[in-house]
Design a protein around this ligand. Structure first.
Ligand code: UD1
Ligand code: CA
Length: 505
């Protein structure tokens, strides 16, 4: 565990000198107003659970320990924590009964043992708080050598929040909860964000002295301020530049509001880094997406779950990419893709559907109404129209004609198709897998191919065409078709082979 060790100027490590001993993220509350079976802190914004955002900002301080206090839904949160979060290790403290924010922090300290140094407390349902803002709080705490430093915010409607009561010197004298406040206190618009830096020893001592004689009958963490002041210690405050950073999510309206604010922040970050975003209001980008310079995002684009877009790409309009990699210069128009790789300068869409394992080579093309699954498409190859290719390996320089279907499933098992380099598959072909089209082979349009083609062969697999002269005048005399045929000099009716007229179809 990192100890405070004062901010020694001789310290060789800036991080060790300024890191807090612990950051405690409170996340035990029920989140009743979400009306959800999912624990509140697991609701995602920008593709990550609320608590991920809180823990990630906390981790930015490089604390000696990162602690999460869990209670409601803790098994689910624990399961999420056990997965790939990309976060440093998190110590979990359990608060079985939610007896207040003070009690929650006491549970955290019980799990970590005595903490000698600075302890920062934040909330798991406050996703927009940036590491930089926490650092400002921490720096101010150190600079003023305070026992407690509170992050506050000035808001237009302070209803429901704890109010910051300052003394004549501007020092923080106490925090009064809305429920416990008188009219004069309720008029205060500086609110307690619930984020603090504490001297670890002062905190641990004060927590043993909390009362629960308040309107909620809870152990208030805010009472630590009063206790520290009573002991003659200094309590400071930092006002957040942007109050939205201190906002928590209590219901799904706030979830959407904060998701929008976070998205704006992410979109702007990409714009400043050289990405053109034509319509930020309809462009959604997850926190873990990377986009190269000079790429253009058109309206209605959603980039999700670790998608990586290279430079000079055009994505959208109306395109969703999930877990995709798009190489430089590629274009994806009005399409849906998940788990796909799109090679350099490749062209996708409009109206393409790329499923996991779609791997499109450089300069390749997947066009309108084409679905691709677990398929490699070689350099410069094209599947331009109305096709399904699955479990297929397509070589380089191939043209797959309109309406080609790989029949990869017999109702029980999947089978693979191989289409060799520079081969040509005629339109409306069914390739019944397992089947192989050799390099440089041709498949005649309209074929149902069941057998392999050797390199350079032509495969034709369809009924031979038979023409029956005079069929229309014989079968449909007096029809518009018959008159058109006669006008065009077609043979009269009665030609043998046309058969008698029938009227049953
Ligand atoms: C708290 C503050 C209030 C501040 C507000 C900011 C206290 C007494 N009041 O009020 O001054 O303006 O936050 O949003 O601290 N939690 C637990 N265990 C508990 C209780 C709460 O883990 O026993 C967690 C919740 O999950 C939540 C956070 O602590 O993430 C805040 O709890 P909440 O009940 O929302 O606090 P408020 O009463 O709104
Ligand atoms: Ca709250």
């Amino acid at each position: 565990m990192t100890s405070l060790g004062a901010t020694s100027a001789s310290s060789s490590s800036a991080t060790a000198a300024t890191s807090p001993a612990a950051v405690i993220v409170l996340a035990a509350g029920a989140g009743t107003r979400m009306k959800s079976r999912l624990p509140k802190v697991l609701h995602p914004i920008a593709g990550r659970p609320l608590v991920w955002h809180a823990l990630s900002s906390a981790a930015g301080l490089a604390p000696g320990r990162l602690v999460a206090v869990l209670g409601h839904g803790r098994d689910e949160v624990q399961t999420w924590l056990d997965g790939p979060t990309g976060l440093p290790p998190v110590t979990v403290a359990v608060q079985d009964e939610q007896r207040g924010t003070g009690h929650a922090v006491a549970c955290a300290l019980a799990a970590t043992g005595a903490v000698d140094g600075t302890v920062v407390v934040t909330y798991g349902d406050v996703p927009l708080l940036r590491s930089e803002t926490l650092q400002v709080l921490l720096d101010e705490h150190r600079r003023t050598d305070s026992a407690v430093t509170v992050l506050s915010a000035i808001v237009s409607d302070p209803t429901g929040y704890g109010r910051i009561v300052r003394d004549a010197d501007g020092q923080v004298a106490g925090i009064v909860e809305h429920k416990d406040a008188d009219d004069a206190q309720r008029a205060i618009t500086e609110i307690n964000s619930g984020v603090y830096a504490f001297d670890g020893r002062v905190l641990a001592d004060a927590l043993t002295r909390l009362s629960d004689s308040n309107a909620a009958g809870e152990q208030y963490l805010t009472e630590v301020v009063e206790i520290a002041r009573g002991d003659g210690r200094r309590v400071g405050g930092v006002v957040a530049d942007d109050p939205v950073e201190t906002e928590g999510v209590n219901d799904r309206v706030q979830l959407a509001d904060l998701a929008r604010v976070l998205n704006d922040r992410i979109v702007r970050g990409h714009q400043r880094a050289g990405v053109t975003v034509q319509d930020p209001a309809t462009t959604w980008i997850h926190a873990d997406v990377t986009i190269g310079a000079d790429s253009v995002l058109l309206p209605g684009t959603s980039l999700e779950a670790g998608t990586v877009v290279g430079s000079g790409c055009t994505i959208g309009p109306d395109t969703t990419l999930v877990e995709c990699t798009v190489d430089d210069g590629a274009t994806v128009v009005r399409s849906q893709a998940q788990g796909a790789r799109i090679g350099a300068r490749a062209s996708v869409g409009p109206f393409s559907y790329l499923r996991p394992g779609a791997d499109l080579g450089p300069d390749s093309k997947v066009g309108a109404f084409v679905e691709v699954k677990k398929t490699t498409i070689g350099e410069g190859s094209k599947v331009p129209h109305l096709s399904y290719v699955g479990d297929t390996s397509i070589g380089a320089g191939v043209n797959v004609g309109a309406g080609t279907i790989t029949a990869n499933y017999d109702g029980a098992h999947k089978f693979g198709t191989v289409i060799g380099d520079h081969s040509f598959v005629g339109s409306n072909t069914t390739l019944i897998a397992p089947v192989r089209v050799g390099d440089g082979a041709y498949v005649a349009a309209g074929s149902a191919i069941t057998g392999d083609l050797a390199p350079g062969e032509l495969g034709v697999a369809r009924g031979r065409q038979r023409n029956i002269p005079g069929w229309v005048p014989a079968r449909k005399p007096d029809s518009a078709a018959a008159r058109a045929a006669a006008a065009a000099g077609g043979p009269e009716s009665g030609v043998s082979g046309a058969g008698p007229a029938e009227d049953n179809h």
